[in-house]
Design a protein. Structure first.
Lengths: 315, 422
């Protein structure tokens, strides 16, 4: 029971972290049609900036400064690099962000080296929040959860209750109409891109010290975020939330329980003493196939329901 | 679409002669290896461009077919060596790889080619990640992180060829490279090749004239996977090992970058890109740790400013060359000025990048380094100042020279048009 509760809790935490990335990505994707391949790279930049700032000033200034820096980098990239590429079409934009992800990874390696940096959890939060059935739960994880829930709530109200949110939502579906009404749509794009990147940066700041701050962190998380926005549905924050939590919880449960898949094969009439490819399959556990599940979900979703769980239009 | 070079049989024969002579000019084993790798890269790049350039499908996972075919080839060769499988000459083994690529291409292509554009790109990414995850799960076939070893020397073949020496493998790759290139070029000239272009440019209209766009894409995808598989088989024969990284996102990304830098809108573009990037990769990666950063920057700049790639840049001048070749000479000065400014800017920027890299990767406290053959201390101020000044001056020069260069080009094009019109 306690394993279940703890892995559920960790799953929700991982899911909320994914949501911080996915929320920005899905807004950018549905508004501009740009699948930002470099989105997870901004997440990585957030972690590295926070490491650098916390090295000089401590964790708390980093929590504010790093996301702002990442957002500024994102807005500049949109304004001066992505916008000129826009006229070459969506595939060119996708190629650009792919190249950008490549370049950011190399720059991170250039500046901070190829080995992980020691970006640590702040000492004030590195305490046990509660212990239950002999398992400790760290206060920092509670803090991560609070931050991500607060951002979700702020984002939700910002988009549904404010005038800016109204313009952004209108620009998602009817960019030309919004432009005709006198709004500067390219500027809305730039701000959305910047804020989306800043949200990824927040995820980097609060997640980098738990997941590990290293040059490979972007490429590990990036494809999973794509899965989230496709499964959740384009332009749907609610869908992104459900998909993030679904993937986060599934992943954590599969790994912490690590069930053997052998009973399924036995039910199908396959015994343990087989050779060849079946020998690998009967020895599989849910922990072993956990890395596969998101991508399987992505492929199945794109084939059978391209609009995702709560989306209103196809990818 | 303009397709230079191969349209003229003379140029084709010249290229083939070059392929034969090239390895005889060197006695360096490394050079032969690089040339073999370039040959494999050319086949793979041309196959990739059947999707991206001719079919308009951007794939982030085409290495799946390259790598899977490599695994199948390695297993078939090991099976033949153990006499579990009937013998066939290693000369013909790329066909096995091609068929393996075709098989997986038909299978996966059916579901992934329903739509083009971003949806296709994402599905290809999903399959790339699936394949990578599977390599570590299905040990029976992929043998985990170790990969599969193989031995290309099975028995003596025609004319006493054993594929022991690297030079024999080079010629094997060269022959298959020529066959594959001719076949893929011929495909672009068939009605299928044309309709594949049409599906790229205007799928709705193609549907109106009665074609099934899914089927056209599926066929293009399968054929492309066949040639990718052929390249994968040659890769396995060449390095006698196949590992999990060959199916992964990294391999797919490198081929994408090669093809794009070479140029997607032109049949010769991917060949150019494959040769250039393989050469640079082999020789520059020893010289500088920042090679991948430079590669990424070149790619990003290409996407922003030269979406036609190198071949596109060259072919921009083809109309002028055909009408008034002398005009090209008058354009040279402005091109030379722009190149000079670029070189100055590059010298500064590369110097800065190299120094930052050196400082972040050096393990000792020693900050003495060698840059452009000059011994200097990276802790000093003046190297940074000089490099920054060079970069700024070159950047300013570029900002002035490139608009002039574009102006020269435009006026030359204008004159060429006027000549045609009169």
């Amino acid at each position: 029971m306690e394993v279940f509760v703890f892995s559920l809790f960790n799953g929700i935490l991982y899911g909320m972290l994914l949501f911080l990335l996915a929320s920005g990505l899905t807004l950018i994707f549905s508004m501009m049609g740009v699948l930002n391949f470099a989105h997870a790279s901004f997440f990585m930049l957030g972690a590295y900036f926070a490491y650098q700032v916390s090295d000089h000033m401590g964790f708390w200034p980093g929590l504010i400064i790093a996301p702002i820096l990442v957002g500024a980098v994102g807005a500049l990239v949109e304004r001066y690099a992505l916008r000129p590429v826009h006229r070459f079409g969506h595939v060119a934009e996708l190629l650009f962000t792919f190249g950008l992800a490549f370049v950011i990874e190399e720059i991170v390696q250039m500046v901070w080296g190829k080995v992980p940096v020691s970006y640590d959890v702040p000492a004030s939060l590195n305490v046990t929040a509660f212990a239950w059935q002999g398992l400790d739960y760290s206060a920092y994880r509670i803090f991560m959860l609070l931050i991500s829930v607060a951002i979700f709530v702020a984002l939700f109200f910002g988009l549904t209750r404010t005038r800016i949110g109204l313009i952004i939502r209108a620009a998602l579906t009817h960019p030309h109409m919004v432009a005709s009404l006198g709004h500067d749509v390219p500027k809305v794009f730039m701000w959305t891109f910047g804020v989306g990147c800043a949200l990824a940066g927040v995820a980097g700041v609060i997640g980098g010290n738990v997941l590990g701050t290293e040059p490979g962190m972007a490429i590990q998380l990036g494809p999973i975020v794509f899965v989230v926005i496709v499964v959740g549905g384009l332009g749907s924050l609610g869908g992104a939330l459900i998909a993030s939590l679904l993937i986060g919880i599934l992943n954590n449960l599969a790994i912490s329980y690590d069930f053997s898949l052998y009973p399924i094969f036995r039910a199908l009439g396959v015994e343990r003493d087989v050779d060849g490819i079946l020998a690998d399959l009967v020895n599989l556990t849910t922990g072993g196939i956990a890395p596969l599940v998101p991508y399987l979900l992505l492929v199945l979703m794109l084939i059978f329901r391209p609009r995702g769980l709560l989306g209103t239009r196809d990818v | 679409m303009i397709m230079p070079g191969l349209k003229k049989p003379g140029a084709g024969a010249g290229l083939i002669a070059l392929l034969i002579i090239l390895p005889l000019l060197t006695d360096s084993g490394f050079a032969i290896t690089v040339m073999s790798q370039a040959g494999v890269a050319i086949i793979f790049a041309l196959a990739f461009n059947m999707l991206l350039g001719q079919g308009g499908m951007l794939s982030f996972g085409h290495a799946v077919y390259f790598g899977l075919a490599g695994y199948v080839t390695a297993h078939v060769m090991n099976g033949m060596a153990n006499e579990d499988l009937p013998y066939m000459p290693v000369t013909l083994i790329p066909i096995v790889g091609g068929i393996a690529g075709l098989f997986f291409g038909i299978l996966i292509g059916f579901v992934s080619t329903r739509r083009a554009g971003t949806a296709f790109a994402m599905i290809s990414l999903g399959f790339a990640e699936l394949a990578t995850a599977l390599t570590l799960i299905i040990v029976f076939f992929f043998n985990g992180e170790e990969g599969v070893q193989t031995d290309r020397w099975i028995r003596e073949e025609w004319f006493g060829i054993t594929y022991g020496p690297d030079i024999q493998v080079y010629y094997l790759i060269a022959v298959w490279c020529v066959i594959a290139a001719i076949a893929m070029y011929a495909l672009t000239r068939t009605p299928f090749g044309r309709i594949s272009n049409a599906v790229r440019d205007n799928p709705e209209r193609v549907q109106f004239i009665g074609y099934n766009t899914h089927r056209v894409r599926w066929l293009a995808f399968s054929l492309s996977s066949f040639f990718a598989g052929l390249a994968g088989a040659l890769h396995a024969v060449n390095i006698e090992h196949i590992g999990f990284e060959t199916v992964g996102l990294g391999q797919s990304g490198v081929i994408l970058i090669m093809v794009y830098i070479g140029g997607t809108g032109n049949f010769a573009g991917p060949i150019l890109g494959a040769i250039l990037i393989t050469l640079l990769n082999s020789y520059l990666s020893d010289i500088t740790p920042a090679w991948y950063l430079y590669l990424g920057l070149i790619f990003v700049l290409m996407v922003m400013f030269a979406p036609g790639g190198l071949a596109g840049l060259i072919m921009m001048h083809d109309p002028i060359r055909r009408v008034r070749p002398r005009l090209l000479l008058t354009m040279l000065p402005s091109y030379a000025i722009a190149s000079g400014a670029t070189l100055v800017a590059l010298a500064g920027i590369i110097g800065l990048i190299e120094m930052i890299y050196f400082l972040s990767t050096t393990v000792t406290r020693d900050t003495a380094m060698v840059l452009y053959g000059i011994a200097l201390n990276a802790a000093d101020f003046w190297p940074w100042l000089i490099c920054a000044a060079l970069g700024a001056a070159g950047g300013y020069g570029c900002a002035r020279a490139y608009p002039r260069m574009a102006e020269t080009y435009n006026s030359a094009m204008h004159e060429a048009r006027a000549t045609v019109a009169s």
